[in-house]
Write a protein that binds this ligand. Sequence first.
Ligand code: BEZ
Length: 215
Amino acid sequence: MALNLGDVVPDFEADTTEGRISFHKWLGDGWGVLFSHPKNFTPVCTTELGAAAKLKPEFDKRNVKLIGLSVDLLSNHDQWTQDIKDATGATLNFPLIADHDKTVANLYGMIHPNASDTTTVRSVFVVGPDKKLKLSLTYPASTGRNFDEILRVIDSLQLTAKFSVATPADWKNGDEVIIVPSVSDDAAKEKFPAGWKAVKPYLRYVAQPTAGKPS
Ligand code: BEZ
């Protein structure tokens, strides 16, 4: 069954490169990114895991845990981890689920039969502290993901969760943000006392809130 934004993500137990985990418990009260890889010992996946490992400090700063998955055996993961280090210089510093029987892949709809019956597509699930799905992405096996983009959307999601703002096209951390339509001008005066720039009555830009009272 397809997962929709706002659904509580399925819980599961699985073996990983860092031991057996119970997913919801492992997430704790922070954010999480679960992302799948078609197969071990494949070139694009190797580069992705190296890239994600290098950016882990940035995910940590945002209180986001990373966890990868591929439909392989744990013993395979150990060998592949060494290859990832050789190829990218990065040590795998987050768990990788060994989903050889595809339990988790099926639970999350990561197998798209028109792409492949046996391997996953490149799924990304961003989970909030309430265990609800905040964002999902699906890439084909042939396209490596951009982990800076995943950080960018997490910055947007976390701003929206804390303040009543949305982020415009191509927004980057530090750029102006948009007051959400559900906030009236009267309410906005309280929330954003420094004012805003209304390009249209419904398009109101404010400086990115960084501190102060969440709304
Ligand atoms: C890869 O990770 O390189 C890959 C995996 C499956 C199909 C194509 C590329």
